[in-house]
Design a protein around this ligand. Structure first.
Ligand code: ADP
Ligand code: MG
Length: 348
């Protein structure tokens, strides 16, 4: 897969060059960067990942985190023969790891809470579009309709670690796996005694605490209309900032149109419900990742309704008519650096 399509929806501007994995697609390297900061870049889950940690235990925390990422990748990958998800899809039933069980349960919960916008059983449809193999093409209508008739996350049966799928149902955890991974890295680093760290998994950012001087991390979110530039900056401490965008992985069809990797379960086509980028800011990377994908599919009105009834997170939405909407919880730190108009969303 070309790096362009994997690239990053957000990066950290407060430490430019340290966490920007765009410029340096290293497979895995360690660089010292002054003071007591330690950096580690890893390529895993089809994503360039950068991690930065401070303090005496930073190096151990980074090494442990790399090991953790590799373990989660081998458990959760849909294409890796031997992963529990691969086995489950092949056999229609299986015993999944604790991590996979957490993800499947969360996916079903967010599927329910978003009217089915998040549906992890879309995997056969994603395969048909070629998003898993890079053999991209626009599917035949009849094939797509057949595949869609078996898509329904509600048909997944999970009890503890035992999962059963009906015939022709296969799942893929790509919509939530990186958020879960960044949560797990935060837990690992905290257990290793780190209280200031930040990671960017392909642009999905999550932090422990603030910077060592106590100030907030500044995280920039990409402009979906010009993905090489930043659109806005938010300041965070102890939070995840997770983006889904139509520019992250796409191909141009024979008809000249772009087709991207987030699919609307309603018709099996790339979701095109008025949003081109959704960023969720909250305490749980897993929740933010699940919601960013679900809201991309659901569209602005449903995303705003959900936010008004939940309030545990903030969000930045970008509509296809070039408007930015951001929630009032981040109003104090939100800085628009694009030429787009930005409107604050309020609870009442
Ligand atoms: P990224 O992985 O690029 O950061 P997302 O978190 O939005 O972006 O996840 C997109 C991935 O989720 C796709 O590559 C695909 O594997 C999967 N997917 C696509 N559409 C859906 C959907 N409606 N529900 C659940 N998973 C989806
Ligand atoms: Mg997601």
């Amino acid at each position: 897969m070309s790096f362009k399509y994997l690239c990053i929806s957000a990066l950290l501007i407060s430490c430019t060059g340290l966490l920007c994995s765009c410029s340096s697609p290293l497979s895995s390297s360690v660089t010292e960067s002054g003071s007591d900061a330690q950096n580690l870049d890893v390529f895993a889950m089809n994503t360039y990942m950068s991690m930065k940690a401070y303090g005496d235990n930073a190096q151990k925390a980074l090494d442990d985190s790399r090991e953790l990422i590799m373990r989660l990748e081998s458990e959760l990958s849909v294409t890796d023969e031997g992963s529990c998800i691969y086995e489950l899809n092949k056999n229609g039933k299986g015993t999944v790891t604790d991590s996979a069980a957490v993800l499947i349960n969360k996916a079903v919960e967010i599927g329910d809470r978003t009217g089915g916008a998040l549906d992890i059983s879309l995997y056969p449809v994603l395969k048909e579009w070629g998003f898993t193999t890079e053999d991209y093409h626009i599917p035949d209508d009849k094939i797509l309709a057949d595949l869609l008739s078996d898509v329904d996350y509600k048909s997944i049966s999970i009890s503890g670690n035992e999962v059963t799928l009906p015939e022709n149902v296969q799942i893929d955890l790509g919509a939530l796996a990186k958020g879960y991974t960044s949560d797990s890295i935060m837990e690992q680093m905290s257990a290793d005694g780190v209280d200031s760290a930040i990671v960017s998994l392909g642009g999905n950012v999550q932090a422990i605490g603030g910077k060592p001087d106590g100030s907030a991390w500044k995280v920039s979110v990409r402009d979906p209309f010009a993905p090489d530039t930043d659109m806005c900056i938010v300041e965070i401490k102890d939070k995840a900032v997770i983006t889904s965008g139509n520019y992250e992985r796409f191909f141009t069809g024979d008809d000249g149109k772009n087709y991207w990797h987030i699919i609307d379960p309603a018709d099996g086509y790339p979701a095109d419900n008025g949003l081109v980028s959704t960023t969720i800011i909250g305490d749980s990377g897993l929740e933010c990742d699940a919601l960013s994908t679900a809201f991309f599919v659901a569209g602005k009105d449903k995303a705003v309704d959900y936010w008004r009834s939940d309030r545990s997170f903030d969000m930045i939405l970008v509509s296809d008519d070039r408007k930015i909407y951001y929630t009032e919880g981040i109003a104090d730190s939100f800085k628009n650096i694009s030429s787009m108009e930005a409107e604050v969303l309020r609870l009442d």
